[in-house]
Design a binder for this molecule. Structure first.
Ligand SMILES: Cc1ncc(COP(=O)(O)O)c(C=O)c1O
Length: 296
């Protein structure tokens, strides 16, 4: 599996080995030789990865990684939380696709839920009355929550397009200002061409961008201006909301990782993750951003 969101990291690195006797090995999904060498045929059962990694925005080459895994008899599980609509991992070879619905798919930052998507036989096995983990352990979705999602999914496509469009504009302008910005839509991003080759048309390159302010202090100063003085966005660890959400991930969502693990995952102490929203006009929000930047 690939280093991933820190809750996922803690689950895979600590909980599963300790409680469920499931051993895990972390690999860099960009290093296909490493992925190949790590799979022990007959022993390794699953390659688990994020389509776009939280939080360094590394894009996984899904067709190639699925090919490598399937050749070795392994299943591929893809967390597509960062790229709903934009990427369709099942069409690119994944066996199972998981989503945190809490983020883009909800869009309202008000419902906590997740989804496991796979073949009918997989879903039926999870719901089996005698053996099904979901049936027996509890996380079956509340029917009212399921209804809420059914009302939001029809406009997910429109919302994603606007998140992506604005992230592209802001990413480009931030770069022009000389800021250190990570965004797969920028040509110099190492996975720009790869993402373009896999993405569904008209969705762009995702709604998340990362701004590296180098130190936590500078990151906090900027976020404080943006939230408290200028009202550009809100400091929060979630993503996929209509307002822009910002977090200094090294000290928030990735705080479960130790210094070495953060370094390995490329998480600098001043990295701000921005989930670009679409409330207000694009130009009005951009003026606010420039104002906050000038103040610090
Ligand atoms: C890529 C990814 N997957 C899954 C999750 C978990 O989401 P939830 O808190 O809704 O379970 C997160 C949380 O940030 C995430 O970033």
């Amino acid at each position: 599996m690939q280093l991933c969101n820190s809750g996922g990291h803690a689950l895979l690195n600590h909980f599963l080995p300790r409680v469920c006797n499931i051993t895990t090995t972390f690999v860099d999904v960009r290093d296909h030789e490493m992925v190949k060498d790590t799979i022990v045929e007959g022993k390794t059962t699953v390659l688990y990865l994020e389509s776009m990694s939280n939080l360094t925005l590394i894009v996984a080459d899904l067709p190639e990684l699925c090919r490598i895994s399937h050749d070795k008899g392994e299943k591929v599980v893809v967390d597509n939380t960062f790229t709903p609509m934009l990427l369709s991992p099942a069409s690119l070879g994944a066996d199972i696709v998981v989503h945190s619905l809490t983020k883009y798919i909800s869009g309202g930052a008000d419902v906590i839920a997740g989804a496991i998507c796979g073949s009918a036989s997989l879903v039926n096995s999870l719901m089996d009355l005698h053996q099904g983990a979901l049936m027996l352990l509890g996380p079956t979705m509340n029917a009212k929550v399921a209804f809420e999602f059914s009302e939001r999914i029809p406009h997910l496509s429109l919302r994603m397009k606007e998140h992506c469009r604005r992230a592209m504009v802001y990413g480009t302008r931030m770069k022009k200002l000389g800021l250190k910005v990570i965004y797969p839509g920028l040509e110099e991003h190492p996975d720009h061409t790869l993402l373009k080759s896999m993405a569904n048309e008209n969705y762009g390159f995702g709604g998340i961008l990362c701004l590296d302010m180098e130190t936590e202090e500078k990151a906090n100063q900027l976020m404080s201006q943006l939230q408290n003085c200028i009202r550009f966005g809100i400091m929060a660890v979630s993503l996929g909301y209509h307002e822009t959400l910002m977090s200094c991930s090294g000290s928030s969502t990735s705080s479960e990782m130790n210094v070495e693990e953060k370094k390995m995952a490329g998480i600098s102490p001043g990295l701000i993750r921005m989930s670009i929203g679409y409330s207000g006009t694009l130009e009005q929000k951009w003026i606010q951003f420039e104002k906050a930047l000038a103040r610090i």
